[in-house]
Design a protein around this ligand. Structure first.
Ligand code: ATP
Ligand code: MG
Length: 723
């Protein structure tokens, strides 16, 4: 079979244009990646190019693996020998051969972000810098910005114009020294070292230029200046560079990606051929029409028209639920239906804007026994901060020895109390010798000296205090207070760990929902229930549902795609829009375009009403739903309580979709009804006085003092009384 069979004319032209540089600019699903894979196969098969003379750069490891498989499938060989990798892996490979030019050992160390933070910790100690003065994230951001602008620490220090900048520059100076001493490289260095090497050392540059005759770059719209510099320099005067991309899918400008690079490509690569593809092969007519309409709302773009000849069509399904639990249940039920129709689970993906959003989905999927994998992320209940918080809670319960061991070991030094490996060893020895519970060991014996022991004593007192208090208070309140008093929140706050903070808030939100639904439930009951979610063995299912953030889904495609929580404030993400200025909303819209265009056959978007503790207001459907255009949407609203129960359909005609918060949907009437009413003044034992701002389904939304904010509480909870 001819390699070119099945390609359209423009694609064929792109595949066979191998005698000059080439730029392919085209919308999602138009076959850009397919052009690269076919072009590689064409070079090998038709032109007899040795596979190892070909280089392809992709954005993620997953994309690199998929490209390898696709090339090998076309060529029908197991190992083609083509170098297909991400730019970071390529740089590691180059540096393993060339690092001696910097007088570094060949087995140089690569630092990840945790390593970077431990280095900063030491530096802060040395320079007497308080983490509350300068957070790690701020320091790392400052360092990265300077490094990527090629400003060494001493120069940065010479240029400082105010005190705080001087502090950051001094930290940078120490960081630079430390990395030099360790002969270690952080992720920025991997690219910067190669960039410099290629720029400064003609011999090395030419050596690498000599390796590749054909270079391909996928997702070119997201490269930054340094990456582009590397790509330019590895392209020899006789090699040909082929770049493909879609400016509408630029989603990394916040990290330095520059869409101008693809737009101005012909200035650097004179005589380059530009090809535009405009037939979409991935998606149905409705998905294509809707996403085209959506992206047209961006002002700052070049319009392009995509069409499809795909015959099959089904409208984009938009489900709006009255609360987030039903939203996730609805998704699970749809997935059960799709599976019954014969769709394999790996062809179904659930995408979300922020990682904390997976919590609700994961619980429902576990309940429904639907196996799932999370790409580029960690399952919610396995995330470090969630394990930490649950460990604090576990210590509130006194009768399980092994639990106490794990919990004590996990949190004794989180936040830092100076308890290192030696303290842990002493703890182990004492527990064994006395056959004592780990927490009791801490109560009864000294395990360290001086300041450390003092901090440990404080920890013990804190736990003992809350062991008593937890009998009186709701679990969510205990956890919040524990994390506050133990310094855990502070630790996250000063390190600017927004995502971890979001996850903890989501856990507290989970506990609150549990309390609302199980007014009699104890802490023990809750932890046992959670254990069911955390102890599920990670069986390797051959066929699992795919969960991932929208960023991780770039370049991928699935038969059926669900995008969860498409609500104002969440997607578009309010924080990014607030911090990112006027272009940030357009980047959020491009992100929505990337998310929605992953779907081949069916696209399901969901949102829910109710209060969002993230945006601190009532949720409503995202503007991006409205922007798809009404004619491609099929709106559904169903109310049911379990994924196996038959839904009762509701009319959706009268509902309003948009960003104005006026979305209404009938609620199932609650059996429990509190004696408090909207507008009532109430007192809560922990939060003090408040006003009931709404009452729905037995749940009261109460505005308390600024310190506690607005809370959703069980209206009949024992802690609440009318004033
Ligand atoms: P994205 O911008 O999302 O990365 P893309 O432009 O890279 O999209 P591909 O992933 O290459 O698009 O192609 C989308 C889908 O269309 C793939 O399943 C691919 O196999 C299919 N496809 C591409 N070209 C053709 C064609 N000529 N005939 C049939 N199917 C095609
Ligand atoms: Mg692609």
């Amino acid at each position: 079979m001819n390699l070119l069979d099945g390609l359209n004319e423009k694609q064929k032209e792109a595949v066979i244009t191998t005698d000059r540089h080439l730029r392919v600019v085209a919308g999602a699903g138009s076959g850009k990646t397919r052009v690269i894979t076919t072009r590689i196969a064409y070079l090998i098969e038709e032109l007899g190019i040795a596979p190892y003379r070909i280089l392809a750069i992709t954005f993620t490891n997953k994309a690199a693996n998929e490209m390898k498989v696709r090339v090998e499938n076309i060529l029908q060989v197991n190992r083609s020998g083509v170098m297909i990798s991400t730019i970071h892996s390529l740089c590691v490979r180059i540096l393993r051969e060339e690092i001696r030019h910097f007088n570094y050992p060949q087995n140089f160390v690569i630092l990840d972000s945790d390593d970077q933070k431990s280095i900063l910790r030491e530096i802060y100690k040395k320079l007497n810098v308080e983490i509350k003065t300068l957070s790690y994230a701020q320091a790392l951001g400052y360092i990265s910005n300077n490094k990527c602008a090629f400003i060494p620490a001493q120069k940065a220090l010479d240029m400082v114009s105010y005190e705080f900048e001087k502090l950051m520059a001094n930290v940078y100076l120490e960081y630079e020294k430390k990395l030099n001493d360790m002969q270690a490289l952080d992720f920025d260095d991997l690219l910067i070292f190669v960039y410099r090497l290629f720029k400064e050392n003609a011999e090395v540059r030419e050596k690498w230029q000599d390796r590749y005759d054909y270079i391909h770059v996928d997702e070119f719209q997201d490269v930054d200046e340094i990456q582009y510099g590397i790509i330019k320099n590895i392209t020899s005067p006789t090699a040909f560079l082929c770049v493909v991309g879609d400016p509408d899918q630029t989603i990394y400008t916040w990290r330095g990606a520059k869409v101008d690079i693809i737009m101005n490509f012909e200035k650097d690569f004179k005589g380059c051929e530009s090809i535009i593809l405009n037939e979409n092969y991935r998606s149905t007519k409705s998905i294509l029409q809707g996403t085209n309409t959506l992206i047209k709302h961006n002002q700052n773009r070049v319009d392009k028209d995509l069409f499809t000849n795909n015959e099959e069509d089904s409208k984009i399904c938009f489900y709006e639920s009255q609360d987030e639990r039903y939203e996730a249940l609805w998704i699970a039920r749809k997935i059960v239906d799709l599976k019954a129709e014969g769709v394999p689970l790996h062809e179904i993906a659930i995408l979300y804007r922020s990682n904390y959003l997976s919590r609700n989905l994961e619980k429902v999927l576990l309940d429904a026994h639907i196996p799932y994998r999370i790409y580029g992320g960690i399952k919610f209940f396995e995330r470090a901060e969630i394990k930490d918080a649950l460990s604090y809670l576990r210590l509130m319960i006194t009768d399980s020895r092994s639990m106490s061991e794990l919990a004590v070991k996990r949190i004794l030094n989180v936040p830092k109390r100076g308890a290192g490996p030696k303290t842990m060893e002493t703890l182990d020895l004492l527990a064994q010798a006395n056959q004592e519970d780990y927490f009791d060991v801490l109560c009864n014996h000294a395990v360290a000296k001086g300041k450390t022991q003092k901090s440990i004593d404080e920890f013990v007192t804190l736990i003992q205090k809350y062991r008593i208090e937890q009998k009186e208070y709701a679990i969510s309140i205990v956890l919040r207070k524990l994390l506050e008093d133990s310094g855990y929140f502070k630790m996250l706050e000063v390190a600017n760990e927004t995502e971890r903070m979001e996850n903890i808030n989501e856990l507290i939100h989970d506990i609150e929902s549990y309390e609302e639904n199980n007014p009699e439930g104890s802490l023990d009951d809750y932890l046992q229930m959670i254990a069911l979610y955390t102890d599920t063995q990670d069986e390797e299912f051959n066929d699992s549902l795919q969960l991932m953030s929208v960023h991780a889904a770039k370049g991928l495609e699935f038969d059926c795609v669900f995008v969860y929580s498409v609500c104002e404030g969440i997607f578009p993400n309010e924080r990014s829009v607030n911090e990112g200025g006027r272009h940030a909303l357009e980047e959020e819209r491009r992100l929505a375009y990337v998310a929605f265009t992953r779907a081949k056959k069916r696209l399901f978007l969901t949102s829910s009403a109710g209060y969002s503790y993230v945006t601190q207001r009532m949720k409503s459907a995202s503007r991006f739903i409205k922007e798809l255009g009404d004619d491609v949407l099929n709106k559904e609203g169903e109310v049911f309580t379990s994924y196996s129960e038959k839904p009762k359909s509701q009319s959706t005609q009268s509902r309003n979709v948009g960003g104005d918060g006026s979305t209404k949907m009938q609620m199932p009437t609650s059996k429990k009804k509190g004696s408090i009413r909207k507008g009532d003044l109430v007192t809560h034992e922990a939060f003090g006085d408040g006003v009931v701002i709404s009452l729905k389904d037995g749940v009261a939304t109460i505005a308390f003092d600024k310190r506690f904010g607005i809370k959703k509480l069980s209206a009949t909870h024992r802690m609440i009384s009318k004033k």
